[in-house]
Design a protein around this ligand. Structure first.
Ligand SMILES: [Cu+2]
Length: 324
């Protein structure tokens, strides 16, 4: 029996059980009850139409989120497509609906009506903010913008409609040097915290990713819930910034999920390639972001930089890491 198939089947069951299959497509309606939203993360809402039939090798159905500025009649309309570099720069936009008017009714997902992710295209900037909604449907966000090409992702669920992630470009004036590719990076240092990532991304399958938070060499066991979870993970595909919002396995207060040091996610990336991952976590009242670079199993130019994950393995390497 081929391990990847068995593993994929196992994870598919997990994904079905916890609703964590991340993925693509928007076939299933929104989770409208905020109290249950964390127990039914976006897998329920972003799952593929054929979750139950998906094999370990099948590519997810549909188009990943964030690649389009307009989809299903909804359009992410930035007031300005250029900006000066600025700390806490005001960025305003609307989401227009099928009737052409700004949407004013949203479902809450993870305690917020809209999640705005701003990423500089060379991955040197990442912010996850929650803009203010005006009564006329105009959103106002504050983002620290450095010169360069930015991609903004609006992750939201219009009232009575399916969840969407739309993407729009924002050019920030000024000279800049694009950062070189990161190489594989499974350890992040932020504000004295060390966060490690264990797991292997397998295209089209739920892959278990374990993020482990330490501070001063000790495991952090009192992570605080942030937006109803001990961590929020965004994965972006290098090359086109396809957007995947990944959610943790388990939520605070469910009787089985510990507040660290490990936070477990299941992520199904849509293709082979290199991915950047950004983890938001909260401790001592501060939300911090740890960033990682990770190729899919056995495929990437990034992989040789990490001898612990040799390039000659096929997807069978998933077995080596899935048991952690
Ligand atoms: Cu958010």
């Amino acid at each position: 029996m081929r391990t990847p198939v068995r593993l994929a089947g196992f994870l598919a069951v997990l994904g079905a059980a916890f609703g964590i299959a991340l993925g693509v497509g928007n076939s299933i309606g929104p989770v409208s009850d905020p109290a249950s939203a964390h127990d039914e993360p976006h897998g329920a809402s972003h799952g593929t139409p054929s979750d139950g039939e998906q094999s370990g090798t099948a590519a997810p159905v549909g188009t990943p989120g964030g690649l389009m500025v307009s989809q299903d009649g909804y359009t992410f309309a930035l007031a300005e497509s250029t900006s000066a570099p600025h700390q806490s720069a005001p960025v305003s936009f609307t989401i227009t609906g099928p009737d052409g008017r700004p949407v004013t009714a949203y479902e809450r997902e993870h305690e917020k009506r809209l999640h705005l992710i701003a990423v500089r295209r060379d991955f040197t900037g990442f912010q996850h903010v929650h803009p203010e909604l005006g009564t006329d449907g105009t959103w106002l966000a504050r983002i620290d913008l450095t010169p360069g090409d930015w991609r903004l992702f609006a992750d939201f669920t219009p009232g009575g409609a399916d969840p969407l992630t739309l993407g729009a470009d924002l050019s920030v004036a000024g000279d800049y040097q694009p950062a070189a590719p990161a190489g594989q990076s499974r350890t992040a240092e932020v504000d004295g915290y060390t966060v490690t990532l264990d797991g292997v991304l397998v295209p089209g399958s739920d892959a278990k990713l374990t993020l482990s938070v330490h501070k001063d060499g000790r495991p952090v066991t009192d992570l605080q819930p942030y937006l109803g979870a001990y961590g929020h993970l965004v994965a972006l595909r290098e090359g086109d910034l396809a957007y995947l919002h990944v959610h943790p396995d388990g939520s605070p207060g469910d009787g089985r999920t510990k507040p660290g040091p490990d936070v477990v996610f299941y992520a199904a990336v849509p293709s082979s390639g290199d991915y950047r991952l950004f983890l938001d976590f909260q401790h001592d009242g501060v939300v911090r972001t740890a960033s990682f670079a990770l190729p899919t199993a056995g495929t990437s130019r990034l992989e040789p930089t990490d001898p612990a994950h040799p390039t000659d393995g096929d997807t069978g390497t998933a077995e080596d890491h899935s048991g952690h």
